[in-house]
Write a protein that binds this ligand. Sequence first.
Ligand SMILES: C[S@@+](CC[C@H](N)C(=O)[O-])C[C@H]1O[C@@H](n2cnc3c(N)ncnc32)[C@H](O)[C@@H]1O
Length: 264
Amino acid sequence: MSVSPPLPLGEAARSAGEGCVRDFNVRENTHPSPQPSPRGRGSQVYRRAWRALLRVKLHLVDRRKYRSIVVEHVAGIPLVVLPDVFNPKLLRSGELLVQQLSRPELLTPGARVLDLGSGSGAVGVAAARRGCRVMAVDINPSAVRCTRINALLNHVDLDVREGDLFAPAAGERFDVVVFNPPYYRGIPRDGLDHAWRSVDLAERFAAQLNDHLAPGGHALVVLSSDGDGDTFLTALDRNGFQREVVSTRDFTNEVMRVYRVRSC
Ligand SMILES: C[S@@+](CC[C@H](N)C(=O)[O-])C[C@H]1O[C@@H](n2cnc3c(N)ncnc32)[C@H](O)[C@@H]1O
């Protein structure tokens, strides 16, 4: 078991859990690469300083969370997070995604949902609590175990499967595919590292998504201004998907966006 996840800087910074300053819906059809804010260079320096500070906090405080079993509350949902499993609260992107699931235009009760890369199962549990039929998939066996525990804890029925990307869902289609992918390119060093690094997930996700969307279905994908979000967006564009930003949050050190992705 890894006790010291080698978090990339962006995720290290993300772990601080500072509040958002904006959260709104925007339609956006072209990719917003991280843009200098109106404050320009001063703002970039400020963001860098903030990230450095958060990195120190990661080393001093947050890493302990990956060595022990912790309980988090994400949008009011209690979740056990096992060692070596992505923490949806600490890392914020999971919580941001869960919050979107209460929006009826993004998730209709009763929908068939695929929680891809389920981690703790935060997304799957939230969707099941809204009356959806959920399959949850993760490549990390600890995450699969954790998702099963959280389904039990929350008295919801999840079909939890271990495997690579869409492979455990072969031949199945979903109204909503929800994905908080690893943001960095590279070979994962251990189970937990799958949360941050992947070799070619962006391309494979974009190439296979259409085969797993029911008619009229969509995917919800959260990406950060840190990491290789551009790779995901380029891959989706190349495969002819439409995308729009349905939520944006500026966490000072990084900006996260949730995209709704649909077949053309
Ligand atoms: C950033 S974490 C997100 C976890 C959770 N969905 C959340 O939002 O809190 C990414 C998750 O995807 C999983 N993952 C990475 N590569 C995968 C693959 N090829 N197939 C299935 N799951 C994968 C990781 O193990 C990790 O649990």
